[in-house]
Design a binder for this molecule. Structure first.
Ligand code: PEP
Length: 260
């Protein structure tokens, strides 16, 4: 029997919270969460780069079980890439998970599937876990192209990745039209796409990899929508943007996921 997948709730703070605010947010979140919550759920926080060292110090200093994450990185270890951040630097700060291919990076900063793939492999090379975001735009959804779009992003993102690497990865299904808009996919729609992703993983690798890989839903997740999402067979957690900035709301999402 394969191990049951542990839910993963990830907070993507985007470009919000300076390092003082980040310290306060992490401390409050830790205080709000009962210790036993981590027995059944993993929780990652993804602060802006300038906050990471401060958040790392707080997490380690207070022996918190929160997982430190990042939102993005470059694919090279070092070099003439003004303004970029090396995955090696993140690994040195004990960053464990890195979001890659977020739709804001794809749409605003022009990251294409090939760029996402080299970053993803760089993250794996440094023994960090990529959270690969895939998702369709509203126009693609309305044209009935959700699955085609999501599965092509998935396939390109996983180019050159081995089964044992994929098994420990996280895929985040994030419909672009649901991110930061207050619109959220129905649980049935989220389940259908997450199930298609898992089937594609089984076809590309094998059943064991598909059973192990974690698939999150992201897009305006709030405490009020968490229970029905977590009840979906192929939804193993959530990538939470706006609601993760409020420790009370984020803690409630985590508690609900822990008891799902
Ligand atoms: C995100 O940033 O990945 C996200 C899903 O944002 P929000 O929850 O605000 O829609």
């Amino acid at each position: 029997m394969p191990e049951p997948r542990r839910p993963l709730i990830s907070g993507n703070w985007k470009m919000n919270l300076n390092h003082f605010e980040a310290i306060q947010a992490v401390q409050k979140l830790h205080w709000l969460l009962p210790k036993d919550v981590y027995e059944t759920v993993d929780v990652s926080v993804h602060p802006p780069f300038t906050d990471i060292r401060s958040v790392q110090t707080v997490i380690q200093g207070d022996s918190m079980e929160l997982i430190l994450g990042a939102q993005h990185c470059h694919h090279d270890d070092s070099g003439a890439f003004t303004g970029e951040i090396s995955p090696a630097f993140l690994a040195k700060l004990d960053v464990k998970m890195v979001i890659v291919g977020h739709s804001e990076r794809r749409q605003i900063f022009g990251e294409d599937d090939a760029t996402v793939n080299v970053k993803l492999r760089a993250i794996l090379k440094h023994s960090m876990t990529p959270i690969l975001c895939v998702g369709e735009t509203l126009a693609e959804r309305e044209a009935g192209e959700t699955e085609i779009r999501v599965l092509s992003q998935l396939s390109a993102g996983l180019d050159g990745v081995k089964a044992e690497q994929a098994a420990s990865m996280v895929i985040a299904y994030e419909p672009v039209w649901a991110i930061g808009t207050g619109h959220t996919a129905t649980a049935a729609d989220a389940q259908a796409v997450c199930s298609a992703i898992r089937s594609a993983i089984a076809a590309r690798f094998d059943a064991a990899t598909a059973a192990a890989i974690r698939i999150q839903y992201g897009g305006s997740v709030k405490a009020g929508t968490t229970e029905e999402l977590m009840a979906c067979a192929d939804v193993d957690g959530a990538l939470v943007g706006g609601a993760s900035l409020d420790p009370d709301e984020f803690a409630q999402i985590i508690r609900l996921a822990a008891s799902s």
